[in-house]
Design a protein around this ligand. Sequence first.
Ligand SMILES: [Zn+2]
Length: 95
Amino acid sequence: MSQIKIDMTVYDSIETKLMAVHPAYRSKDPEIKRLLKFRKKLTKVLFEGIEPSTDPNYFCETCGSHSHLEHPVTAFCFVCNTDNWKREEYADVGQ
Ligand SMILES: [Zn+2]
């Protein structure tokens, strides 16, 4: 079990900032890149021990992850914990 304590107010405020500059992962802004890196790090701690679900039809447009891993309950990105899915080009699904 990790010893890091996450301040959820700070954690959530990072998401607000990231979503404001959507799509964040393409941003060259060093502050945005720093926040995204920080959020990914905290998410890893927060999701420790949780088994992710997979949906190969979508990738995360916030962090750019094509791991297709999502939280089993919220279906948010397992890497950055945002709900910003984009359809993969090869996806066999409707819009
Ligand atoms: Zn993500």
